[in-house]
Design a protein around this ligand. Structure first.
Ligand SMILES: *[C@@H]1O[C@H](CO)[C@@H](O)[C@H](O)[C@H]1NC(C)=O
Ligand SMILES: *[C@@H]1O[C@H](CO)[C@@H](O)[C@H](O)[C@H]1NC(C)=O
Ligand SMILES: *[C@@H]1O[C@H](CO)[C@@H](O)[C@H](O)[C@H]1NC(C)=O
Ligand SMILES: *[C@@H]1O[C@H](CO)[C@@H](O)[C@H](O)[C@H]1NC(C)=O
Ligand SMILES: *[C@@H]1O[C@H](CO)[C@@H](O)[C@H](O)[C@H]1NC(C)=O
Ligand SMILES: *[C@@H]1O[C@H](CO)[C@@H](O)[C@H](O)[C@H]1NC(C)=O
Ligand SMILES: *[C@@H]1O[C@H](CO)[C@@H](O)[C@H](O)[C@H]1NC(C)=O
Ligand SMILES: *[C@@H]1O[C@H](CO)[C@@H](O)[C@H](O)[C@H]1NC(C)=O
Length: 505
């Protein structure tokens, strides 16, 4: 239900002007609490340690090469017809995305996104949503597998153009068994979905509860406050709006954890930017959007994903709008150009802004750049001159993930920050559009053999330049198994340092 809106709830930030410039005192010096309420395996791999068949998670890519024929199981044309056994190389049509039913039962999604089906002894890829006839049992013997079809028989490839579910399983693992395949496994995803569905339900609840209670605590907020950090950006997933009964396979409790964060924030004078990191239908192919298998359908026509996302935004804003620690909400993290058309994104941002303004006339509404496109395509969008207030464009600036950063030197990277990034930022800052938030950056790079002093100089350059962003910056992240992605340890080791006045540049 809508709650009354409290116009000036945010004392700390109430002085922020609606123009594209703001004074230094109001700029956010923020850290993103990555890997807490939206899981990313690389941040804390140990979460996955108790999973049985840990390489066969949702979204894992597999191929099957017949030992007898030496060719690959293939969904011809990517799906829509029979599945054959005559693929000569392991390409798209030969690569299947796993849906995990249990540690032994799986469904296989072909490149056009239908599922492999064996309703009788024939095998095809024509079904859009999987059920009993699409569920296969994998038996493993080292890298070799047999696949038991729903009819109890095994898939076999004994003629090059046919794959049939009619082998009765008497030859064992011998190399002339037409039911034995060499399976390659590429475990690409380790996100919230993979963790939640990797365990059985009870174990998943235990793992998530422990993680949510221990990964971030009030002590972390005290650390941040003592280090002149005035904001946290908290990635959350859409399932939070359905607590305490989130849909399969998500585990309840993230809402309570977010409530706790608001309390800790209030206690330590820190404000909270709620960041919708994972949207229903998935706005990207990446694990951090909560995807099951890397298929992004958030922007797909005639689905309810966008209206469901707006309901999540409305739920979160109505819940926190009157909280003294509420800074604002980021409508969507890292939509990709590959999957989300710019006009769809713009319409969503405008609709999201209206939903937020039903509950708060002053909180920040953060729109994220379209990943893969130049952030400048959104710089004149939702400008103050068009009547939008307290909107900021979030740009993510890593010296990583692109070829141009590979095999570069420390000095090259530092110069890139001081020149290219600085010039890009000044243009965005000065465009009379929304405010600018450098909402993700970190002190890691692609430089090999960098010294601690190189890292220190890189950190100093980034702080100097990003400190000029009109709304400020948010470091990614607070904790990680990797030192340079871990704000706490990076600060403790003196790799990021404040000015002599105790403030960040
Ligand atoms: C903001 O900070 C910069 C660098 O720290 C400083 O040069 C500038 O004068 C400050 N601006 C205001 C309005 O305080
Ligand atoms: C393939 O296997 C089926 C059933 O096991 C058998 O009837 C058929 O003759 C085999 N075909 C070839 C070419 O071996
Ligand atoms: C595989 O078999 C299918 C069905 O018979 C056929 O259409 C296709 O051309 C074959 N592909 C190759 C690479 O031989
Ligand atoms: C399995 O198939 C083999 C060869 O096709 C046949 O000899 C055997 O009797 C079958 N066994 C069963 C249990 O059907
Ligand atoms: C399975 O394939 C891998 C490479 O894809 C190869 O290294 C391995 O030897 C194969 N195993 C068998 C039993 O053929
Ligand atoms: C979406 O639905 C409308 C109305 O039912 C229909 O005309 C249109 O073709 C559909 N678009 C897609 C991409 O399915
Ligand atoms: C980086 O250097 C390695 C080793 O010298 C080389 O193999 C690789 O191709 C280089 N990558 C790029 C993108 O330049
Ligand atoms: C940041 O802005 C301040 C004030 O506008 C300016 O003096 C300073 O040179 C800027 N920093 C950089 C790295 O451009």
């Amino acid at each position: 239900m809508p709650r009354p809106c409290f116009l000036l709830a945010i004392a700390l930030f109430s002085a922020v002007s609606t123009s594209a410039t703001t004074n230094n005192a109001t700029r956010v010096r923020s850290v993103s609490l990555g890997g807490w309420l939206v899981i990313e395996k690389w941040i804390k791999p140990s979460l996955f340690d108790g999973i049985v068949e840990p390489d066969l998670l949702d979204g894992t890519l597999v191929t099957f090469k017949s030992l007898v024929l030496g060719t690959y199981v293939t969904a011809a044309n990517g799906g829509g017809s029979d599945v054959t056994a005559n693929g000569t190389s392991a390409s798209d049509w030969q690569t299947f995305k796993l849906w995990r039913v249990s540690s032994t039962l799986f469904q296989f999604r072909v490149s056009n996104n239908q599922f492999i089906s064996a309703p009788d002894s024939s095998v095809s890829a024509t079904v859009d949503s999987p059920g009993q006839s699409e569920t296969f049992e994998i038996s493993r013997n080292g890298g070799l597998v047999m696949l038991r079809a729903p009819n109890g028989m095994y898939l076999q490839a004994n003629e090059s153009s046919r794959l049939t579910a009619d082998y009765n399983g008497t030859l064992g693992w011998s190399s002339d068994n037409p039911a034995v395949f060499n399976m390659t496994v590429n475990t690409v995803l380790g996100g919230e979905f993979q963790l939640a569905n990797g365990y059985d339900k009870e174990d998943a609840q235990t793992v998530f509860k422990k993680h949510r209670e221990s990964f971030i605590t009030q002590d972390d907020f005290k650390f941040l406050a003592a280090n002149a950090i005035n904001n946290v950006r908290i990635p959350i997933g859409w399932w939070i709006a359905y607590d305490p009964e989130p849909p399969f396979p998500f585990v309840s409790g993230s809402l309570e954890a977010l409530d706790n964060a608001f309390t800790w924030a209030e206690n330590t004078g820190i404000s909270v930017l709620v960041d919708l990191h994972a949207a229903p239908g998935s706005q990207s192919q990446w694990q951090h959007c909560g995807t099951r298998d890397g298929v992004s359908e958030w922007a797909k026509a005639n689905t309810s994903y966008i209206s469901d996302t707006l309901s999540v935004i409305e739920f979160l804003t109505s819940r926190y709008a009157s909280h003294s620690a509420f800074f604002g909400i980021e409508l969507l993290n890292e939509p990709t150009q590959q999957h989300v058309p710019l006009d769809v994104l713009r319409n969503y941002y405008v609709a999201g802004y209206s939903r937020v303004r039903k509950y708060s006339s002053s909180c920040f509404v953060i729109i994220c750049q379209l990943i893969g496109a130049n952030p400048s395509i959104l710089v004149d969008f939702m400008a103050p001159s068009d009547g939008y207030t307290n909107v900021a464009l979030d740009v993510h600036w890593y010296n990583l993930f692109e070829n141009r950063f590979v095999n570069t030197t420390a000095q090259w990277n530092i110069d890139y920050i001081l020149n290219q990034r600085n010039s890009d930022l000044q243009k965005l800052n000065n465009a009379n559009g929304p405010l600018i938030l450098v909402g993700e950056w970190t002190n890691e790079w692609d430089v090999q053999g960098a010294t601690m002093s190189d890292y220190r100089n890189f950190g100093a350059a980034q702080l100097k330049v990003f400190g000029n962003a009109s709304l400020g910056w948010s470091y990614w992240g607070l904790k990680s198994k990797d030192l340079h992605w871990d704000f706490e340890r990076t600060v403790e080791k003196g790799l990021l340092t404040r000015q002599s006045n105790g403030q960040w540049p």
